[in-house]
Design a protein around this ligand. Sequence first.
Ligand SMILES: [Zn+2]
Length: 238
Amino acid sequence: MPEISSNKPYRIGRSKTGLGLFATKKIKKGTKIIRYFGPMLDSKNKKHDDIDNKYLFEINNRWTIDGSVRKNIARYINHACRPNAESDVNSRKRKVVIRAIKTIQPGEEINYDYGTDYFKIFLKPIGCKCDHCEKKRAKKRAEARAEKLRLKLKAEKKAAKKALKVGRKADKSVKKAVKAVKATAVSKRKTVLAGAKTGVKANPHARGTGKPTKTKSARTRPLSQLVQAQNAGRAKQA
Ligand SMILES: [Zn+2]
């Protein structure tokens, strides 16, 4: 890793996508952070035109900076769709500097927008890993999860409703069965009662005629009279 003098406001560090450039001091908005530099490649030069690496910085139709050289610390700066810095190109001087477009706090990663062409060719196919895009993806995932949960709850509610309906139906049939058993018991009791009514012995109310019976009146006669009557009968026979 290239050495960076301690008075510079940045250091190379671990980033989500490998290495990146991080602020070590507060960098005020508008401040030049670092120069993007390297050999100038001329598109009119056949040899130059054949050079290909991912650190090529096109200044205009003719000139391109080959930023792959070790001393070009700016090549560590990663792309971001919502960056805190920008590449400031001076086409006439063929000079590129990276400038803060927001105040950058110590520890924050420095990044700039690589541009639409780079994004389309290199980042879109693998998915941009910048904070903004990660957040967007996380939001989409959260939304998808919420939707899944909603559908699951809906299905559960439907199932519960169905179960309740089945339960109610079962309840109805149980009630019906209980009612039928009760009805049978009532009719049996009615039959028993009806049988008791026809049998004199079984029904205590059947005796109530209001008049004394012969048996009862005989029993109310004094015993001496009964004996006399019996004796008289015997005397007639003799
Ligand atoms: Zn992005």
